[in-house]
Ligand binder design. Structure first.
Ligand code: HEM
Length: 148
């Protein structure tokens, strides 16, 4: 069983590394959306097109691969560490699902901006920016403290 315990630690390390990549992207994309929308609203079409390019690269190179890796490694840890049935994991999964939903929403909003649609006001967009930070706080506390 020793090799499994050793492997477990390496997988936790890999899990936390890809979590950092995912969260870095999740902090960047909503900020890009604010700048993108400002450029669009001011009629700076060339700058807006540049933001579309940056958003697409961020999604393809960091966001999507990191999210998939976080899920695969997290579910592997839950299985080999026999954490299924523990309350903290179910609560954590709920918040990770919400974070994944937010990820999808932000990617969808970037696509809308690329088509010239602005559904939210700049103020609302800025407020919505804070969601990933709040989710990260809850998820990390659940993962480390395991309050239930
Ligand atoms: C995608 C679904 C996820 C699943 C199924 C999952 C599951 C797990 C499991 C089973 C562990 C090992 C806990 C232990 O052995 O004590 C773990 C560790 C950890 N996870 Fe996740 N996780 C997921 C996503 C995330 C996300 C999104 C974050 C942060 C935003 C995160 C942050 C952490 C941290 C910081 C640890 C290390 C905790 C420790 O070593 O005590 N996880 N995760």
């Amino acid at each position: 069983m020793d090799w499994l315990a050793g492997a477990y630690l390496w997988i936790v390390a890999a899990h936390v590394i890809v979590v950092i990549f995912w969260m870095a992207g999740m902090f960047m994309l909503p900020r890009y959306l604010v700048y993108h929308q400002e450029a669009l609203a001011a009629g700076r079409a060339e700058e807006a097109a540049l933001w579309t390019l940056r958003e697409t690269k961020l999604r393809r190179i960091i966001l999507t691969p990191a999210m998939v890796a976080v899920w695969v490694l997290g579910l592997t840890l839950a299985t080999i560490g026999q954490h299924w049935g523990e309350g903290w994991l179910h609560a954590k999964l709920l918040f990770v699902l919400l974070l994944s939903g937010y990820h999808g929403w932000a990617v969808g909003y970037a696509r809308r901006l690329a088509r010239g649609e602005m559904r939210l006001t700049g103020r609302t967009l800025r407020m919505v920016n804070e969601v990933p930070a709040l989710m990260a706080i809850v998820i990390v506390v659940l993962a480390f403290v395991k309050p239930f």
